[in-house]
Design a protein around this ligand. Sequence first.
Ligand code: SF4
Length: 333
Amino acid sequence: MSGTWFPSPADLSARDEAQAELHARANGVARARFGPRAFVRAVVEVSNFCRENCHYCGMRRDNRSLDRFRARHDELAELLIHHRPASITDINLQSGEDPLAAREVVLPLVRTLRRETNLGISVCLGTLDARLTDELRAAGASTYIVKFELAEAGRYRELEAPGSLAERTAFIRALAASGWRVSSGFIAGLPGQTIESALENLRLAADLPLIGCSVSPFVPGDETPLSASEAASLELTLNCMAALRLMRPDWVIPAVSALNLAGTGPGYARGLATGANLVTINLTPDAVRGDYLLYKRDRFIMTEERILAALAANGLTPSHQSLRDFLETPPAN
Ligand code: SF4
C-alpha cells in the first residue's frame, strides 16, 4: 500500500460508519507496523521570539502584547538531564524563528544533551541558514521538524507564512539532502480551505522527502488576525491523519495536543485511534508557558500523567526504544 494509496474527497469528508471504517483501517496499519506502542517525546519551548508573521499564530512578530522570553541553556539542561519524566525517550527543542536562540541556547543544549543523555534529539526552529543547521546536526540533533503549513502558494503568501511556499519546500529538501531526517506538518481547516485544499496538503506531504508529518487543526488564535474565524472541523483533521497513515504506514505521525482544542469531544484520544504513533509531553517551564502562544493563552498542557492515561485508554504503552534508535534500526517486518 505504501506510496500508492491516496484518499478520495469522500475519504476526507467521511462521517459515521465510513469514517469509523477509515480510522480503524489506519489504526490497524499503524499497529501492524509499530505494535501497541507509541513514541513519547518531550517538547521544550526555548524562545517565543519570532521574526515571522504567520496570521494563524499568536507568536507572530506583530503581536506586541506578548512577553517574549528566551530560556537559559543551563536551566533547560538541568531540567532535561535530571528531572525529565521516565517515559521520555526523545526530546524536541522548539522555538519561534529566532536564530539567536538557535545559536546561543539550542546549539549548546544539543551538545550537552548528546554528551549527558541518550535521548533522541529533534529541533523545530524555523528556516535557518545552512551553516547553523549543519552545526546543529554535527552537535547531535538528528530530526528537523519544519512544517509547510499549507500547500497553496497564493494562500500561503496571503497568510504571511514563512518566506514563500517554494522557499519552505526547498528548505525541507535541502535539509533532507544534507542528512537530516525531516518531519513536516500542515494545518487542517484554515479559513477558506476546501476538501481540495486538504488533498493538496496530502499530495505535497507525499512528494517531500519526509519521515513523518503532523496534522494540526486550525484553532483561531488569540491576538491573531484570524481570531474571529471558525475553528477547523475535528472530523476533517482526523480524516487527514488517517489518510496520512494509510498513505505512509512507516511515518511518524503525532497526536498533537491541539486536537483537544478542536471540536467538543475527546479529540486527542480519537487521534490516537487513527494511526498516530507519537505523543508529546510538554516540559516548558511553567513560568513562561503561557507566553508560548501558538493558539490560546489557556493552553491544554499534555503532562506525563495525561499522556499515559490517554495511551492506556487506547490499549497503547510507551515505547522503550527511542524514535531515533527506531529510525536508525527499523525492524525487518
Ligand atoms: S508559526 Fe512559527 S514561524 Fe509562524 S509566527 Fe508562529 S512561531 Fe513564528
